[in-house]
Design a protein around this ligand. Structure first.
Ligand code: BGC
Length: 457
């Protein structure tokens, strides 16, 4: 199919990114699978969190979501028809080990085996995230990420996944955006498990850092030819005003948003100089921890959606810095109230490439939610199309400037459950009718299909 949208002048071809560059789509178990209680699946913290009124937009939950659990063949075939050759998805810990630790569910293993094998039948390479935020509730009942024992629970889980799937899965990501699941889940209380305050946040950070490296080591030992990464959320931080105070505030926000998890994984410890309150994390650090927090990842998953403008604020405890919302800045935004600012992805690639320990980067998520209008069975999502193209142009620029970026995954394949925001913001290349579970490829999806399918004349 040749897709020439009248309003675009995007001229790049996949080949321009080099022969090893991978293109794909990203998803996560709780956001798409549904089937929350089939067979012996255990509850996750998101099952629990969404069961309480007021935690999510209109009390939405992921009990059915995109019903990917039952529709995976159809969805993977659709992916294939769209020329998508790389599929990133996550494993639901509580589907594999219902209580987080202990008995393994054969039904859970069988299910992921079917998904993996069907991908390979369709010529699609699976990229697996071990943890995308859906901790088994049974482990949360013991404190979850705040309990040091999570390191051994997680090691056991990784070992189970590596031994069952490592013969066919070669591309692994240990954690998805630890800053978001610890920050939103254990400090702000807006994501599962809904905890607030430093006393939850600090131990959760440190234990996630320990698990990140421990998971990497287990994969390295058990999976031959593994390509191992972990993913980080990131956003360029810009001082709102050209003042020394806003400049310092932006540095602090950068330490928190962009450096907190990558630096210990590179053996650099925590960025305590910019954020002194982080020194309190020492209470949770055991001898040798900082050494064991480091792991030589083969790649870093860069996940970027926007930039943040930061201003000084005495009112914000610990940080004295705050984000100036995009809606207050008269800029183009997505439905998440995130500024559309493509250079942020370039600047984050550049920033991460300055660490000598970062070998390769893959954009494991980038995408946008805009209002989608279904008119006569089609969705002309021009804003999303432009968003994706303009970000890809920045990735291309980064590559041309010599930064080692080797892949780009769109968030996301089908519209899905967007955490606290429920089903309201749609990020998909493919529209999901949540009543009928019908899929409709949007204009952005058709563009991606024709871009990926380009064959040199
Ligand atoms: C997460 C996804 C989420 C997306 C859009 C990332 O923070 O990894 O699960 O849906 O951003 O908000």
């Amino acid at each position: 199919m040749d897709f020439n949208h009248p309003q675009t002048n995007f001229i790049l071809k996949p080949q321009d990114f080099g022969k090893d560059f991978v293109f794909g789509v990203s998803t996560a178990a709780y956001q798409i699978e549904g089937a929350h209680s089939v067979h012996d699946k255990g509850a996750s913290i998101w099952d629990q969190f969404t069961s309480k009124k007021g935690n999510t937009f209109n009390n939405h939950h992921g009990q059915i979501a995109c019903d990917f659990y039952n529709k995976f063949e159809e969805d993977i075939l659709l992916m294939k028809s769209m020329n998508i050759k790389n599929f990133r998805f996550s494993l639901a810990w509580s589907r594999i080990i219902p209580n987080g630790i202990g008995d393994i569910s054969q039904a859970g293993i069988d299910y992921y085996n079917k998904v993996i094998d069907f991908c390979s039948e369709c010529g699609i390479t699976p990229w697996v995230t071990l943890y995308h935020w859906d901790l088994p509730q049974a482990l949360q009942d013991k404190g979850g990420w705040t309990n040091r024992d999570i390191v051994s629970w997680f090691e056991n889980y990784v070992q189970v996944c590596a031994t069952h799937f490592g013969d066919r899965i070669k591309n692994w990501m240990v954690l998805n955006e630890p800053m978001v699941f610890t920050g939103a889940g254990y400090f702000l209380g807006v994501h599962a498990p809904g905890y607030k305050g430093l006393k939850h946040f600090l131990p959760a950070i440190h234990h996630a850092v320990m698990c990140q490296a421990a998971g990497g080591r287990i994969l390295r030992n058990l999976v031959s030819d593994a390509f191992i990464g972990t993913t980080f959320s990131c956003a360029q931080t810009t001082p709102f005003r050209d003042t020394p105070r806003d400049f310092i505030a932006a540095k602090k926000a950068d330490a928190l948003l962009n450096r907190l998890f990558i630096e210990p994984s590179l053996g650099l410890g925590y960025p305590t100089e910019e954020v002194p309150v982080l020194k309190r994390i020492e209470a949770y650090i055991k001898p040798d921890d900082l050494k064991n927090a480091a792991f030589e990842f083969d790649f870093i998953g860069v996940q970027n959606y926007t930039r943040e403008m930061i201003t000084h604020s005495y009112l914000v405890p610990y940080l004295q810095a705050k984000i100036v919302k995009a809606s207050k800045r008269n800029v183009k935004t997505t439905l998440m109230d995130w500024e559309v600012y493509p250079p942020s992805i370039y600047n984050m690639i550049k920033q991460f490439s300055q660490y000598s320990g970062v070998k390769k980067m893959i954009i494991t998520e980038n995408g946008a939610a805009f209002t989608d209008n279904l008119i006569n069975g089609t969705i002309e999502d021009v804003d999303r199309l432009h968003y994706l193209q303009s970000h890809l142009e920045q990735v291309y620029k980064a590559k041309k400037d010599g930064f080692d970026v080797e892949g780009y995954f769109v968030w996301t394949f089908t519209d899905n459950f967007e955490w606290a925001e429920g089903y309201h913001p749609r990020f998909g290349l493919v529209y999901t009718d949540f009543e009928t579970q019908k899929r409709i490829i949007k204009a952005s999806g058709k563009w991606y299909q024709s871009f990926l399918g380009y064959i040199k004349p």
